[in-house]
Ligand binder design. Structure first.
Ligand SMILES: [Zn+2]
Length: 241
């Protein structure tokens, strides 16, 4: 039956091949969009920034609690110092040994306060750094989030455009395939599967366009004279003369 296939049908087979090649190109493009790759990278960055921001927020909270603790300690020491100084200067304590002990207590409280104030300063510097880090991370996260949003919209638009093109090529493919003899389509599909997506090729200037091999003049002559379905001697693709 394949011997009886005429030229017009074989030419139509090349149209089917063109549709299949277009479909393959679109599928490849759909699967390897650089914008989608970039979107995945930005999403990874966004996850990383969110987790960094979470850590930085916890650190800042911890520092804030430490600051509150030191401030509480300072006010306690202040209150106690005030009370002891009041006793010291009230004249209520006359015993020199007791007075000495009270003075020593006040001195100790003042040293304690001074140490606590040094710690407070340190913690305040740490808190400034932590807040700065949080703000930087938050602004980086915001930037990444808006970039992800834009890329996502771009990818959606590209995919829907590709899908529309795929749809029309698939429709065209089905139409052509329905016109062709079933056994020819079956052979074409077998060869196409085995030959990297190209099952049928034209013979142009004595060269097979599937494998780009220049055929011997005699073979070209034979092909031109013979009717029906012919195959390239070199790559075995269906050769449309
Ligand atoms: Zn060939």
């Amino acid at each position: 039956m394949l011997k009886d296939v005429d030229r017009a049908v074989l030419t139509r087979l090349l149209d089917l091949q063109a549709e299949d090649s277009a479909i393959s190109r679109l599928q490849l493009r759909r699967a390897s969009l650089p914008e989608a790759q970039r979107l995945a990278e930005v999403k990874d960055l966004l996850d990383e920034l969110e987790s960094d921001l979470d850590i930085a927020t916890k650190q800042a909270d911890e520092i804030a609690r430490e600051q509150a603790r030191i401030e509480g300690e300072i006010s306690l020491v202040e209150a106690k110092t005030g009370k002891e100084e009041k006793r010291l200067f009230s004249g209520a304590v006359a015993n020199p040994r007791e007075l000495g002990a009270l003075q020593a207590e006040v001195e100790m409280l003042k040293r304690k306060r001074s140490t606590a104030e040094d710690s407070l300063l340190e913690v305040m510097v740490q808190r400034d750094d932590a807040v700065e880090t949080m703000q930087r991370l938050a602004s980086e996260r915001e930037g990444a989030a808006s970039q992800a949003e834009q890329l996502s919209a771009t990818v959606d638009a590209l995919i829907s455009d590709i899908d529309a093109q795929l749809g029309s090529h698939q429709e065209a493919r089905q139409g052509i395939s329905a016109e062709l003899p079933e056994d020819l389509v079956r052979l074409y599909e077998q060869v196409r599967d085995a030959k990297g997506g190209v099952g049928a090729a034209a013979l142009v200037g004595g060269a097979c366009q599937g494998c780009h091999t220049q055929l011997a003049a005699k073979e070209v002559e034979r092909l031109r004279a013979a009717g029906g379905v012919q195959r390239c001697d070199n790559c075995r693709r269906i050769l449309v003369v």
